[in-house]
Design a protein around this ligand. Structure first.
Ligand code: ADP
Ligand code: MG
Length: 233
């Protein structure tokens, strides 16, 4: 499913203060694409991801998923659309602490229409031997891989990731990025990944550079590299 944004704007109002977080963003994301969104803090990256994925409503503009105009859906239909088609990974892992890795991933697969096998997905993220462990028994990188596995278990068409490696060290970040990369290649999941790290952009098909609420530049990345080759810093 391709996504088209036309002149999307978002203004936050708190009291007298208005923040123009998105000042007219137009963009097309193709099916199966790996998009990385880069840009300084406060440039509108999270706001962009939140309005594309229906977590938040734009102040104006159009967001189309194939023939579905997201901004015209009722709240119920939007919830259903998001459940059926979209997945999310955030910086905080948000795993349920009283469930094992496998049980967490099973919860994710339960909400899918054509879910993937939880054990297969855990094997894919390299945690087959650890699937009966509880979150506290896993390292940060392992927990984030469980979290990615849980998000993809329902087999979303598009996975949105907001700084998925933000709290991880270099080596564990690479492990998590490799998983995202593999899923994009093997399952053809469209990836929209926000990061602070310019190196990660090298993995993408296209890099969207945000600056003060606008797209500053779109870089077509013909020389895509793998997460394993990323130069950090
Ligand atoms: P980024 O993710 O690139 O750091 P954000 O999209 O979070 O940027 O924020 C863009 C701008 O919108 C910033 O100036 C931020 O302070 C403001 N902003 C974000 N969320 C809210 C909100 N809920 N209410 C008011 N202002 C917000
Ligand atoms: Mg952000």
């Amino acid at each position: 499913m391709s996504i088209i944004l036309k002149n999307v704007m978002k203004t936050y109002k708190s009291g007298e203060v208005e923040t123009h977080a998105l000042k007219g963003v137009s963009l097309e994301i193709k099916e199966g694409e790996f998009i990385v969104i880069l840009g300084p803090s406060g440039s509108g990256k999270s706001t962009l991801l939140n309005v594309i994925s229906g977590l938040d409503t734009p102040t104006s503009g159009v967001i189309m998923y194939k023939d579905t105009e997201l901004t015209k859906l009722s709240e119920d239909k939007l919830t259903e659309f998001r459940r059926n088609h979209l997945g999310f990974v955030f910086q905080q892992y948000n795993l349920l602490q009283n469930l094992t890795a496998l049980e967490n991933v099973q919860m994710g697969s339960d909400i899918g229409k054509a879910p993937l096998d939880p054990e297969d997905i855990l094997a894919k993220v390299g945690l087959k031997d650890q699937m009966h462990k509880y979150p506290y028994q896993l390292s940060g990188g392992e927990q984030q891989r469980v979290s990615v596995a849980r998000s993809v278990a329902k087999n979303p068409e598009i996975l949105f990731c907001d700084e998925p490696t933000g709290s991880l060290d270099e080596e564990t970040s690479k492990q998590v990025l490799r998983v995202i990369e593999d899923l994009n290649r093997d399952l053809k999941t469209t990836m929209v990944v926000i990061t602070h790290n310019p190196g990660i952009g090298a993995m993408a098909d296209r890099v969207i550079k945000m600056n003060s609420g606008k797209i500053e530049e779109i870089i077509e990345n013909k020389d895509k590299i793998s997460a394993g080759q990323i130069q950090w810093g």
